[in-house]
Design a protein around this ligand. Structure first.
Ligand code: ZN
Length: 220
């Protein structure tokens, strides 16, 4: 895999490809949909750099491991190192935002959760994080006020709005920086709204980020 971050015009971004830090349970409607408890602090997990791939390329789903769910999320590309950082410095350290799919082998995750085991087998496999191109921060009025949606086979499946997050993007980045140092080229996935569901072969997906872009893809 030769993944590289790209800007909205298709130019490679001069940042390395780092890890992906993901946030779970950041929207009340999705917590309800999976009967999860509301966390007292952001629920964090990671995907390695090999999880990253280009969402516009056909999505490959692991075979023989049960259902694979879509979780469409705002993806934040980090431009500066953040360690124990306050909310304001976090906002300034964002290169830009795009959309990412936190592909989740839901059956496997349910089995792991029931046994109290880590989720990596269900969420952190190679190419489990297809991401779009990134819109630079300078073109975005506020990263705390973005809406996005996922359409599968012409039906709207997920609609998200940053204003409905339990923790805003800058708050999440600050909280994460107290646990994991964020480095230039890292990506943060900021949680999924409700509407997760199984992806199937030949599904046609459309990912929309406000008036910034629409990108289409398909499942192999
Ligand atoms: Zn997720």
């Amino acid at each position: 895999m030769n993944y590289q971050h790209h800007d909205i015009g298709g130019c490679p971004i001069d940042l390395p490809v780092g890890k992906v830090v993901c946030v779970g349970r950041n929207y009340a409607d999705h917590i309800e949909e999976l009967n999860n408890e509301t966390p007292q602090q952001p629920l964090l997990f990671m995907k390695p750099s090999d999880a990253l791939c280009d969402v516009s390329q056909p999505i490959e789903i692991p075979v023989g491991l049960g259902t694979c769910h879509n979780e469409l999320e705002i993806a934040v590309l980090i431009a500066q190192t953040l360690k124990n950082a306050d909310v304001e410095s976090c906002e300034a350290a964002v290169w830009g935002v795009g959309l990412g799919l936190d592909l989740t082998l839901r059956d496997l995750q349910s089995q792991l959760k029931a046994k109290g085991l880590p989720w990596e087998r269900a969420k952190s496999f190679d190419q489990s994080c297809p991401v779009s191109r990134f819109v630079p921060s300078s073109s975005i009025e506020s990263i705390s006020n973005l809406s996005f949606s996922l359409t599968v086979n012409s039906e709207v499946r997920q609609v998200g709005d940053c204003t409905l997050m339990l923790w805003s993007i800058p708050e999440l980045l600050s909280a994460i920086s107290y646990v994991f140092t964020l480095r230039p080229g890292d990506v943060v996935l900021t949680g999924t709204p409700k509407g997760v569901g199984p992806l199937k072969s030949n599904d046609q997906l459309s990912l929309d980020l406000d008036n910034h872009f629409k990108t289409t893809t398909s499942v192999v």
